[in-house]
Design a protein around this ligand. Structure first.
Ligand SMILES: [Zn+2]
Ligand SMILES: [Zn+2]
Ligand SMILES: [Zn+2]
Length: 229
């Protein structure tokens, strides 16, 4: 059986890659472009949209960074719409963005260093917004002797390319989601700019098509471009 490939780009080398091949390309690019330190400096971590494998990012996380720093990067690139709560679940423990207001009696905050928690092959989950939730899962790939780029404690070193979305009228690239049609359960809720002009629904009920597992959810309008990762 042919397995699916999920195309993307290494943001260090700018080379095209796939989710499966990205690790090799990232290691090659780091070796070529950054000084190798004597001791491990960072963690390489893969995040996926849960049930949405076409959305993936590889993060390089400085060993001194905290879960809060990782959460902020996830919000910046994929999640933030209106300041919802979020949490990590790692090895049965919850780490929450607002532990004081938590239902879990033993909830921890996110101000904890990743070095205290991460180890190779560790897996976990992240949830943003307890209402209209976006679920991510992650795996810690390895600890590396390379630093993150200057000024970044969490750096996105590879990410998926925008998955294909086509206009339900003309088949060109879709740019707009009609929420009215989507909430009505119609399959035809994606439009290009041109076809959306002739579409009858309320113009206030639209969101842009963006490269994120939160596309079309709540008021999400998109996050970081590749050159800001
Ligand atoms: Zn929101
Ligand atoms: Zn169209
Ligand atoms: Zn509509």
């Amino acid at each position: 059986m042919a397995s699916k490939t999920y195309p993307g780009r290494c943001l260090i080398s700018k080379n095209d890659t796939t989710k499966r091949k990205a690790k090799t390309e990232i290691l090659r690019a780091l070796k070529e472009e950054r000084a190798e330190e004597k001791t491990p400096q960072s963690w390489l971590v893969l995040f996926n949209g849960s049930g949405m494998p076409e959305f993936w990012i590889y993060l390089l996380v400085d060993k001194k960074a905290t879960l809060e720093d990782v959460d902020r990067k996830l919000r910046d690139v994929w999640l933030e719409c209106c300041g919802h709560l979020s949490s990590f679940t790692i090895a049965g423990r919850e780490y929450e963005s607002n532990p004081e207001g938590s239902y879990h009696e033993d909830a921890k905050g996110m101000d904890i260093r990743v070095d205290k928690i991460f180890c190779e092959n560790l897996t976990g989950e992240h949830i943003y917004d307890y209402g209209s939730s976006t679920y991510l899962d992650f795996k810690v790939i390895s600890k590396l002797p390379y630093s993150t780029k200057k000024g970044y404690d969490v750096e996105i070193v590879a990410r998926n390319k925008m998955p294909e979305a086509v206009c339900s009228v003309c088949g060109k690239e879709a740019t707009i989601i009609c929420l009215e049609c989507m909430y009505d359960g119609s399959d035809e809720y994606l439009f290009c700019d041109e076809c959306y002009e002739d579409h009858e629904c309320d113009e206030g009920m639209q969101l842009p098509v963006v490269n994120s597992p939160r596309c079309g959810v709540c008021g999400y309008e998109g996050g970081l471009d590749d050159d800001m990762c």
